[in-house]
Ligand binder design. Sequence first.
Ligand code: IPM
Ligand code: MG
Length: 362
Amino acid sequence: MAETKQYRIAVLPGDGIGPEVTAEATRVLTAVGERFGCTFQFQEALIGGAAYDAVGHPLPPETLELCQQSDAILLGAIGGPKWDSLPVHLRPEAGALLPLRKALDVYANLRPAFVFDALANASTLKKEVVEGLDILIVRELTGGLYFGQKRREKIPGGERVVETLEYTSAEIERVARFAFQLAQKRRKKLTSVDKANVLESSRLWREVVSALAADYPDVELNHVFVDNCAMQLVRNPRQFDVLLTENMFGDILSDQAAQLTGSLGMLPSASVGGSVGLYEPSHGSAPKYAGQGVVNPIATILSGAMMLRYSFGLEEAARAVEEAVAAALEQGYRTRDIMEPGCRQVSTSEMGEVIAELVEKG
Ligand code: IPM
Ligand code: MG
């Protein structure tokens, strides 16, 4: 008998609603294992405020080690008001999330923004603007302003601060190739976002991306300035397929794109390119809803689907999860955030159960 394939997944539930949503994603992955004959081995570790409270640091060395030894990482969410006044290096975001991204070298952050047919009315934009929307933001994740040198000093009459934005052509090239290859598997349109009319880093960005276009002749490449891109995203978002951008612009544009869909609770993300992929919902830790069983686990469940696709190459299994989510919505199951008249409101764990059952049944 063939040995069943085993995958080791580090599960980092984190803070707030993180534990509730990761529990549903692991439930669905277990169902995937049943149906497709593979085994997922989940090992939990502390991260974020929960780790600070337990051991005094938001990214304990044991957690980083477990991540580096796993085949993929599922992260819930981190942070909350309780830890906001800690020194920066001990806060969940700067003390855990950014160093984790850097240590894993996950330079390509994939943030899809799509509208499920069943939820086309959820956007604050007109239905005809967002219906059928399906864009993918590829955000550079380990360089730029986030990781540049920072300095703050007293000067006569006040203070002075310096932040540096640094990229090498190699850093730009690797994330751009990633985006070109993803575009090849989609609608073959790549839009590179920069501020080349002002920033030298953007001029290098544009040069490097343009020089690669010859290697991907089937992809139509164009460039837009970031301010125009922000405007186009609300004017006519369906003109875009894959958007490629540096770290800071990508942070801002990805929140904007997420809101176009009207349901942040639905959007997954993947941070890849290094040795181990990191998968997490696009939403935050929503501390005020923690422990109530009311939040939407679909973003984390779909992050699990991205893990199947990008870390394990299990395309069929990834699709099975995505189809199960679409089927649960078609059948009228809704968590509170996406509830509509005539639909059936379910809890976090009920939504997970429904999707897991649909995955198993196929
Ligand atoms: C994100 C978040 C993080 C970022 C924060 C929490 C550091 O906003 O993943 O988009 O800015 O990258
Ligand atoms: Mg952000």
